[in-house]
Design a protein around this ligand. Structure first.
Ligand code: ZN
Length: 379
């Protein structure tokens, strides 16, 4: 009998807040949630032809008990109050705990307190480093003041309720993070501050300063054993995919300086899934996440799990959705993540590598317990 993992709870250790918007979505608007950074032509003309979108519509039609057509599903969705829809989907997906990075889409999305009131989940926040640094660049005049405030914020992250850190350096200046001297970072700060003064806002994508700040955060993570998530692999339109290869981080792991800092490499590093599995198998402080790749890569999800287990121990693999905006993405990721995982665990049982109890235990770890231990969060 095939494994059924639906009763095993999910601790979604990397996801984002839901959009505030209440008005119904047109098909064109809804399609955007199923395209990762595609241009308008992709979204309008081609997204409906992705497996992701077609399969999602069928799944959602079953959820709403309606005909499997986009307009019908959207009408059913519009007839359900959005808070009810979210509550139903999180319950059905059996996701009792969320670790949320609120640094994405800002004011358009619900705040921490609003999310807690809205979904039937316990929620703990994650501190996004680059957006926090941008605020501090605007607030402080000198490099020393800014760095001091940055380090103090990271040092106080746990006391302020954060259960981990998150860096998006992959799609700012890349994962080849190198030791950077204070003088060079300060010189870069002067230029960045100039831009901030001129524009009243700033996007931090200046390698010496990005590298310098992430290294300071890593020093704190090392001291406090505070998990630090890194975006790796696909997932953003302005991303240089070559610089998002997690192998660029190997010198950091080899240096031994951050041996006690738990590195959580997000998105299965897709398409560098084997590279990540390799790193997670070599370094005790490197963890392999699968979010975003699940649900996006649909048909490739079983292959993703297979590649994860090719090298990485099951105690090093973490499930997340990386969902944002609408509850449907959380729900689909949970369904398809469990589906692919069950399929691959069934294969392991069939070849005699795992017995049934071991397979269920591995699933329980991956879906929740590994993250509960890592982030010191109850499940
Ligand atoms: Zn994310």
């Amino acid at each position: 009998m095939a494994l059924d993992l639906s009763s095993l709870p999910i601790l979604d250790h990397h996801c984002h807040s839901l959009l505030r918007r209440e008005t119904p979505y047109s098909a064109a608007e809804f399609q955007r949630f199923f395209s990762e950074g595609g241009d308008d032509g992709i979204v309008a003309n081609h997204t409906p032809n992705t497996v992701f979108f077609r399969w999602a519509i069928k799944e959602l039609a079953a959820f709403f008990d309606c005909a499997p057509a986009t307009e019908v599903v959207l009408a059913a969705r519009a007839a359900t109050p959005s808070a009810n829809l979210a509550a139903r989907m999180f319950r059905d997906a059996n996701i009792p705990v969320l670790l949320i990075d609120y640094g994405y889409q800002g004011a358009e999305t619900f705040s921490h307190d609003e999310m807690k009131a809205r979904v039937p989940c316990r929620i703990e926040p994650i501190l996004r480093l680059e957006t926090m640094a941008q605020e501090l660049i605007l607030q402080h005049e000198t490099f020393d003041q800014m760095v001091e405030a940055f380090v103090a914020t990271v040092e106080g992250a746990r006391a302020a309720g954060h259960v981990g850190l998150k860096s998006i350096i992959a799609y700012r200046t890349g994962l080849a993070i190198r030791e950077t001297g204070k003088a060079e970072a300060a010189e870069t700060f002067a230029k960045v501050k100039e831009r901030a003064r001129r524009d009243g806002k700033v996007r931090l994508a200046d390698k010496p300063l990005n590298d310098y700040l992430v290294l300071r955060a890593l020093e704190v993570a090392e001291k406090q054993q505070l998990p630090i998530q890194f975006h790796t692999g696909f997932g953003d339109a302005d991303l240089d995919m070559l610089l998002a290869n997690p192998l660029h981080m190997r010198p950091l792991f080899e240096s031994g300086q951050y041996k006690h800092a738990p590195f959580v490499l997000l998105h299965a590093s897709y398409p560098y899934v084997r590279e990540l599995s390799y790193l997670a198998s070599l370094y005790s402080n490197v963890w392999m996440d699968v979010g975003l790749a699940i649900p996006y890569v649909t048909l490739d999800i079983p292959a993703l799990w297979r590649q994860a287990f090719s090298l990485a121990p099951t105690s090093k693999v973490l499930f997340s959705t990386d969902a944002y905006s609408i509850p449907e993405i959380f729900w689909l990721a949970a369904r398809w993540g469990r589906w692919g995982l069950a399929q691959v665990l069934d294969e392991l049982i069939a070849i005699g590598a795992f017995n049934r109890d071991e397979a269920i235990e591995a699933a329980r770890q991956i879906l929740g317990e590994n993250s509960a231990k890592l982030y010191q969060v109850a499940l």
